[in-house]
Write a protein that binds this ligand. Sequence first.
Ligand code: PLP
Length: 398
Amino acid sequence: MHDDQDPSNYSLETLAIRAGHHRTFEQEHAEPIFPTSSFVYESAAEAARKFGGKEAGNVYSRFTNPTVHTFERRLAALEGGERCVATSSGMSAILSIALGHLSQGDEIVASRSLFGSTVSLFDKYLGKFGITTRYVELSDLDAWEQAIGPKTRLLYAETPSNPLSEVTDIKALAALAHQHAALLAIDNCFLTPALQQPLALGADLVIHSATKYLDGQGRAIGGAVVGRHGLLEEIFGVVRTCGPCMSPFNAWIFTKGLETLSLRMKAHSENAHALAEWLERHPAVTRVHYSGLEHHPQHELAKTQQRGFGAVLGVEVVKGQEGAWQVIDATRLLSITGNLGDVKTTITHPATTTHGRLSDAQREAAGITPGLIRIAVGLEGQQDIRDDLSRGLDALTD
Ligand SMILES: *Cc1c(COP(=O)(O)O)cnc(C)c1O
């Protein structure tokens, strides 16, 4: 794709494969890696222009790097954003938003169902600098509205949530944020732009842990923020000065990962949907949380703002923690790990791992019951995944 081509003329599938790559003089077909810390110039005058920002061009790979730039341009095209800034991890993407857009005394209103480290970042580290966070029920718009005060600058959510697949109305949340001169940031890890584009629904910033589905094969840690130029310039400034930049090697992995993103997300969703329906019918399963199921409380909303339902399932089994551990321990194929967003199916017991540090009361409020298992459905054969789960599930009903 050439620079002067308007990305909106192309489908998401095409952009995932073509956007962001400028051929070098070598006319390479695949995207090259530039493992270089710095760049050289023809003259002192050129160096002065580039350092001073009077002429576009690379200076130092903490600021910009061509391989990283290819990833940024491609992800921006997929999210429908003007600009993307890549970061060293998903967490440093979130930190960069806070450092770029919040000051002492500002407030965040956030969903109660967030990635654990995001909660620690908000409470423990941003708290040290006088930024406070109030948490609300993700899908309760009245609760969001009531929690917003005059100092609220940022609304922050993941949708659908992990592991209960709760969904919030991004359009309504964006309207609420803008009424109060705040920004709405959506962590789009679980669906990716292949299944949900929060910017088109009014969100100001989209966050990614590229570590998850953008890579898709569990090979590298990285992150990104996408949005309009005005907001991203601040975030670029943070990354350039504070240094949580993405390595060119990782950027190359993520760029190649994006090429198969649409296919993978479609297959992940189909595998998860079929598994959710099968699990629901199993006598050892008391409840399946998945926004693709018709009885899910926000199924209709999910259908309007998502192009698929993703691959993370919450499954409650009989006999509480004992039952959940038995199902997990009986697996031979699935990976017992807290990670997700991988072609390999992973299984975990949230109450004693990802949500283990919460008090019993906090866990109960978050709906993390002792019998809850999280399955992040990968791309293995459907029957093999079922067989692996059947061993433990069948034993529970014997
Ligand atoms: C993993 C994850 C993060 C953090 O990303 P890292 O790349 O591990 O730093 C943030 N949000 C969500 C929803 C995640 O799953």
